[in-house]
Design a binder for this molecule. Structure first.
Ligand SMILES: Cc1cc2nc3c(=O)[nH]c(=O)nc-3n(C[C@H](O)[C@H](O)[C@H](O)COP(=O)(O)O)c2cc1C
Length: 360
């Protein structure tokens, strides 16, 4: 059944992408993926509530990972890039062990001008170039909205990713989250500090000066022991990564997420230089994997829980990062391309653990 779902999903996705591209050509507006994403979200809103029971795939029990007070049913998690309830529920229903929501900032942000996301020429694995620039409603509105979501009815951990221009921005967003979200939600939440966004002018300030993390983490720990992950960049030098890990080690309940997208100019990935309004953006997908594996290996000796994110596109790659020391895996690009691979990966990981298997 999974094969049929997967073919159907990929077919609908391609039809939506091709039709929105044709409409953009007719309207003589720059080609981009955002219209297709909006249609996809709209279709899922309509279809998901009536069809979710058809594709409910629980992760096999032995895959469960405890990280501090959080219980992830599977090591597979949704990386931070989406803030849309039906989509998050769709992926969790397929067996993802957790999800980090798209980065939120203290104030409302419109993000960069369109075009700001492009699909790269199909290879065997999908790749995207995006310079969204962290559009979002601001943390206050975000807290109100997610408090109404139904995902809190189950125990699956959810990450709230924070971005900002300055340490004060991060601290203000932390204050808002801890004050506005009720305890039953906060007990399932981890905070992720996105210090590695390549698409805003100040998005990587902290990754370049890791010592700026100190006031944020000490502010957070004065208020709460909520688990916190720091998301680093594949563009950082190894010395900067080590300095970041040294700082994280000083605080309780910390994790490292390695990592984010990798900055590339449009030309460097074979796109026209106007394909992204700011001339370049963050590359995601398969080609990030070697650096992700390198970073996991580098962080393994710190004995902090590691989330391996970037180019994890297959069962084989999941196994490699887990064997290198990752506790969890973050996925974005491949998840959009084929979410029906989730139960297959979960099942293969369970087989690898040589115990009971669920055959779908
Ligand atoms: C469209 C898009 C938007 C993203 N937005 C965010 C974000 O808001 N915050 C963040 O930390 N990472 C963001 N990312 C990066 C992903 O979380 C992930 O680190 C990256 O895509 C590498 O994983 P992948 O190769 O599995 O896609 C975004 C990625 C994409 C493709």
């Amino acid at each position: 059944m999974l094969v049929i779902y997967s073919i159907f999903y990929k077919f609908i996705r391609r039809v939506v992408i091709v039709s929105t591209t044709v409409i953009q050509l007719i309207k003589r507006v720059p080609k981009h993926l955002e219209d297709a994403i909006k249609i996809g979200d709209f279709l899922l809103d309509k279809v998901y509530p009536f069809t979710s029971s058809l594709y409910r795939y629980k992760a096999p029990k032995l895959l469960s990972q405890d990280v501090y007070n959080l219980k992830f049913p599977s090591p597979l998690t949704v990386a931070s890039f989406k803030y849309h309830e039906s989509t998050i529920r769709f992926w969790l229903n397929l067996g993802m062990g957790g999800a980090t929501l798209k980065t939120i900032t203290k104030d409302v942000r419109n993000g960069n001008d369109i075009p700001r996301i492009q699909e790269l020429k199909p290879t065997s694995y999908p790749s995207l170039l995006n310079a969204m620039g962290l559009p979002g409603p601001g943390v206050d509105e975000f807290c109100k909205e997610i408090s109404r979501w139904k995902i809190w009815n189950n125990q699956t951990p959810i990450g709230i990713s924070i971005g900002g221009h300055s340490t004060n921005d991060y601290c203000a967003a932390i204050d808002c989250i801890l004050n506005k979200l009720p305890t039953h939600i906060l007990s399932k939440v981890y905070i992720e500090l996105n210090i590695s966004c390549p698409n805003t002018p100040e998005g990587q300030n902290i990754s370049k000066k890791p010592e700026l993390l100190e006031p944020i983490l000490s502010h957070l720990r004065d208020l709460s022991s909520i688990p916190c992950s720091v998301k680093v960049s594949p563009d950082q030098q190894n010395e900067e990564l080590q300095k970041t890990a040294d700082i994280c080690k000083k605080y309780t309940n910390m994790m490292i997420n390695c990592g984010n997208t990798q900055y590339k100019s449009c030309r460097a990935v074979g796109l026209n230089e106007n394909a992204i309004s700011i001339g370049g953006g963050g590359l995601s997908g398969a080609s990030l994997f070697d650096r992700t594996l390198e970073m996991v290996t580098l962080f393994a000796r710190y004995e902090l829980p590691i989330i391996a994110t970037g180019g994890v596109t297959s069962i084989d790659r999941c196994v490699k990062v887990l064997e290198a020391g990752a506790t969890l895996i973050g996925m974005a690009t491949q998840l959009v391309a084929d979410p029906f691979m989730i139960p297959k990966i979960n099942n293969a990981l369970a087989r690898r653990n040589k115990t009971s298997v669920i055959d779908y």
